[in-house]
Ligand binder design. Structure first.
Ligand SMILES: COc1ccc(C(=O)/C=C\Nc2cc(OC)c(C(=O)O)cc2Cl)cc1
Length: 290
């Protein structure tokens, strides 16, 4: 990273680093300008130390398994996979800059012009027609990720970006997303509590990651049309998780939601495609692995 003498802006190879446009538990996202192709991009800056800590938990080498000793190997493999993803409703990772002497990892994405779909809470939610159009893009993007065996695990409005043509791109495939063998069950809380399915809040229960993504999509649709989250408990994580497990989904008086939508949202809670065997597996503990 060099300091560009002209304007004091930070320069990283051919990228001039400009404003902060995103902020989250992952780190920050900056607007950058590529002087070579004269195009703006979004650059997500990750800390390798933080990734190692996270990878450390998941990256524990299972005895007898071959694999490199570098805990970042898992991260690099996942990033290589993310680079191969290509779908109109998924953000496009174009380049990864990794300075071995530096703690930072720079992920360069195509810029999605209009940013987040909606700040929640808001008293100006989307009209139903727009929400329906956007939701369709989200479903297409999630279907593609699931087909690629990628479970998002943190679907929510702040990870949905609006492009210049009004189309939605799913973001934060991040390196925290588990790339699992098809159908393998997950466990443990993850993502954002208010958007997490009830089964993720019960310790020791293993669940289907894809089904949880569908639950989060339902909660997201609710946010798009009402401007608020369905269960906020007392604001504490435990409170939210209890509310999600025990309280029925209620729609506020305002804005008036047309009849079919709530039932649609309801369907999202229990995807009609779920098989009994899958429900059985989801709600019971995982059978003893032989
Ligand atoms: C007002 O105009 C704006 C235009 C673009 C933005 C923006 O891009 C924000 C976040 N971006 C991202 C975040 C990601 O994770 C959290 C990932 C990922 O890891 O997949 C990728 C991207 Cl691009 C914001 C405001």
């Amino acid at each position: 990273v060099s300091i560009d003498s002209k304007h004091g802006a930070l320069q990283l190879n051919q990228y001039k680093l400009l404003d902060n446009i995103g902020q989250g538990s992952y780190g920050i996202v900056k607007l950058v300008y590529n002087e070579e192709d004269e195009t703006h991009y979004a650059m997500k800056i990750l800390s390798k130390k933080k990734l190692m800590k996270k990878a450390g938990v998941f990256g524990r080498m299972i005895p007898g398994r071959k694999g490199s000793t570098n805990p970042l190997a898992k991260v690099y493999r996942e990033i290589a996979l993310l680079k191969k993803l290509d779908h109109p409703n998924v953000v496009k990772l174009v380049e990864v800059l990794d300075d071995p002497d530096e703690d930072n990892l720079y992920l360069v994405f195509e810029l999605v012009q209009r940013g987040e779909i909606l700040q929640v809470p808001t008293d100006k939610p989307l009209d139903e027609e727009t929400a329906r159009k956007n939701f369709r893009d989200i479903v297409m993007g999630v279907e593609y990720l699931h087909y690629q065996r990628i479970v998002h695990r943190d679907l929510k409005p702040s990870n949905l970006l609006v492009d210049s043509d009004g189309r939605i791109k799913i973001a934060d495939l991040g390196v925290s997303t588990e790339l699992r063998a098809c159908g393998e069950l997950l466990s443990g809380p993850t993502g954002t509590p208010a958007f997490a399915a009830p089964e993720t809040t019960m310790p020791g229960v293993h669940y289907s990651g894809t089904l949880c993504d569908i639950w989060s999509m339902g909660v997201t649709l609710y946010c798009l049309v009402t401007g608020r989250i369905p269960w906020d408990g007392t604001g504490s994580t435990i409170g939210v998780q209890a509310a999600i497990r025990n309280e029925p989904l209620k729609f506020p008086e305002k804005p008036v939601i047309s009849e079919p939508l709530p039932s649609e949202a309801d369907n999202c809670q229990l995807p009609v495609t779920v098989t009994d065997e899958e429900v059985e597996r989801v709600v019971t503990k995982i059978p003893k692995l032989v």
